[in-house]
Design a protein around this ligand. Sequence first.
Ligand code: PEP
Length: 249
Amino acid sequence: MRTPFIAGNWKMNGSRELVERFGRQVTSAALPEGVSAALMVPFPYLEAAVKTFEQGPLVVGAQTLNDQPSGAFTGEVSGGMLAELGVRYVLVGHSERRALFHEDEAAVLSRVRAALATGLVPVLCLGETLEEREAERTEAVVLGQLEAVLDGLEADQRQRLVVAYEPVWAIGTGRTASPEQAQAVHEVIRARLGRYSASLAAEMQLLYGGSMKASNAAELLAQPDIDGGLVGGASLQVDDFLAICQSAG
Ligand code: PEP
């Protein structure tokens, strides 16, 4: 049984004060029953966020991790360090990491493995660029990204992932995929999961991301294969984030 999940990705935004504001306003009563939600905050705010939400209702995620457990990797953070802080989720393969930090399929897979090895839940992001969509390569690109990770994992590891479909042309652009466009890709992803196992297809949470906001969340979240959202810009405003969570209930 899949439950709705809304994850906010602050990217390189926010402040300690914003963590505190979320802490004051995001109470259990503010989230609809059955909806779970997470905030992926920058590294310096992780500890404060974990502490703020020690009793719920939010869980805390990081936005990336290194694939090595320790060593001479100046500036990097390992999965073990995140887990030790009480972080539960980590984004892997976000299009900004793929494009700006040159994380290729091998890097994405090794980060997913590192997350799983330390007990974190990887939120694997997939998505096509506008050019790829216009060349009618959406399915090939998205399924290629999905298989590059799933083929490198054991069956029990695959069951521990969350997948987010985020068309690159919709991220931070204000241009959202229509509910039909988003559902069509989610359906294809779920069908492909079925090739691995029926339970994987039935149970994996598939999130949509790309300019999701209070005004369009309900119709996206009403689609049969969309189980939640990965929310960038709108997760920086408590009211907007809560309104999206309400739409998932
Ligand atoms: C994201 O960064 O994952 C994202 C979906 O951003 P936005 O909601 O701002 O498009």
